[in-house]
Write a protein that binds this ligand. Structure first.
Ligand code: IPD
Length: 267
């Protein structure tokens, strides 16, 4: 599996880097073509679609016949076996506004569990990678989650779902959390929040209602950097079945308890 995962990560880096270039070049023209998805604020640009098409075409050439699950076109109805999980632009709203925090995210999952993950940032050129059991890396340098042990001194990342009712519940819980941590960040790209936890740039990250393509690559990168993680669809541990959670090991349990106390529970 180790050698195979290295091969999967190499392919994902090649394809994500090409998609990142497409996305960056498209940003240099005006982003005019905007459609909406689940709500008026859940946007998709022509670049999201073109990026996903590029990834699908390249994967079909390099790994013929392997199913792809992507944010814009769906696909892969079963998680059995090897499935490529693709977010062609994570952080589309940042992209739309010209903020630099967006990324192309590609993971290979085996029976629904990530074995290789790659996140490429078009603006900075950063390449984040991980293989299951093989560690995680930023531009080839190994990553370690923060050594933080005190919740009150920790920096927490979060995000708000496009679903209106859910985002209001999230905001209320975040409001209660504010007094329990150093500060809170909302960077606008889940994959990059998870990478930030891997690098120790954030001590932890939590969000409800993410899709598989938001966390599949970044989640493995955080996990392989030693973060305590959990993803939607896992056993219910009190955070609610839809929470994505990644935390430096020294604060994971304190944070979990504080989140539950703050009403971050099941939605
Ligand atoms: C979104 C971003 C955002 C998170 C949303 C996601 P998208 O992904 O990751 O940070 O808060 O829940 O949907 O739509 O830009 O690919």
């Amino acid at each position: 599996l180790a050698a195979e995962s290295e091969e999967l990560v190499r392919i994902a880096v090649t394809v994500a880097t090409e998609a990142a270039e497409l996305v960056r070049n498209a940003r240099s023209h005006a982003v005019t073509q905007v459609d909406t998805k689940s709500s008026e604020t859940d946007v998709v640009t022509a670049a999201d679609r073109a990026s996903e098409q590029l990834v699908r075409d390249r994967l079909a050439q390099l790994r013929p016949g392997e199913p792809v699950l992507g944010e814009e076109e769906g696909g892969a109805t079963s998680l059995d076996g090897l499935v490529w999980v693709v977010d062609p632009i994570d952080g589309t709203v940042n992209y739309l506004y010209g903020l630099p925090w967006y990324a192309v995210s590609i993971a290979a999952q085996l029976d629904g569990v990530s074995v290789a993950g790659v996140v490429v940032e078009p603006v900075s050129g950063r390449v984040w990678t991980a293989t299951r059991g093989g560690g995680s890396f930023l531009d080839g340098q190994p990553l370690r989650a923060a050594a933080t042990t005190r919740l009150e001194l920790s920096l927490l990342g979060t995000g708000f779902s496009y679903d209106h009712a859910r985002r209001l519940r999230q905001a209320e819980a975040v409001n209660r959390m504010l007094g329990k941590v150093r500060d809170i960040r909302r960077c606008g790209a889940a994959s990059l929040d998870l990478c930030a936890v891997a690098a120790g740039w954030e001590d932890a990250y939590v969000e409800h209602g993410l899709h598989r393509w938001d966390w599949a690559a970044g989640g493995l990168i955080a996990e392989e950097a030693g973060a305590v993680v959990r993803f939607p669809g896992g056993a219910d541990d009190g955070l609610g079945e839809e929470a994505t959670f990644a935390a430096a090991p020294g604060i994971a349990e304190q944070l979990r308890a504080a989140l539950v106390e703050s009403g971050f529970g099941k939605v």
